[in-house]
Design a protein around this ligand. Sequence first.
Ligand SMILES: *Cc1c(COP(=O)(O)O)cnc(C)c1O
Length: 256
Amino acid sequence: MYSPISEIDVDGRRFYVKRDDLIDLFLAGNKYRKLYTLLQTPSNKFDTIISYGGTQSNAMLAIAAMCKDKSWKFVYYTKPLSETLKNEDCGNFYHAKNLGMHHVEIELECYRDFITSLRFNLDEKTFIIDQGGAVLEAKKGLEVLAQEIRSSSLHVKSLATPSGTGTTALYLALSLPEYRVYTTPCIGDVSYLREQMQALSKIPENLVILKPQKKYHFAKPYKEFLDIQQKLLASGVEFDLIYAPGMWRAILEQTD
Ligand SMILES: *Cc1c(COP(=O)(O)O)cnc(C)c1O
């Protein structure tokens, strides 16, 4: 699956956009890359995939789509959900349920201990994917993306991708030492992001973490995020409202 590249002009600057969003309706973007190794795994290797985390997460939806395709049972643990979200007939949670996801709510008081306990007594047919798809197995898929970027032979020296867990930016930078890779934290601050990355590997020198000029709370709607998203939409590409605007803001303000 070789994703296309779009060219857009933003504030008088030319950018290339690697369109991983076009790979599939549900199993797309960096989540497709992060699940690459599992997607290559023969279906009979596992019968159950377990994961946990946010109730509107893109990782959850991508895993649900993968499990449907592989005929794996998918069990997803979250903190208790609001009635509103449970009854919605749109969004990632709704679609993931439609794809066959088994959703289990864990009481707040037990959540942390419960997630830790998932690793005990695992049988060899069950695989756990950590929150946001932050797995070592993500490395291979990002190497494939790196190879696609390299072979597109665009005359660019820098790449940018926003960070949640930092898995994508980290493995991309490790796979493309000849490029500078910019990222910015969309969850927590720079030191939290560095910690997350260091749990996976030493941070390479070509990875540049831009500090947001303002503190944003994850997934909270901000007027300036909508403004950037609308400007990008007018340039021809629809970006997400949660991660992309912070990255674009940092790129436009802090780089030339
Ligand atoms: C998951 C996700 C991210 C964050 O990726 P990490 O590898 O966790 O840093 C960024 N943007 C979008 C749209 C995502 O779905």
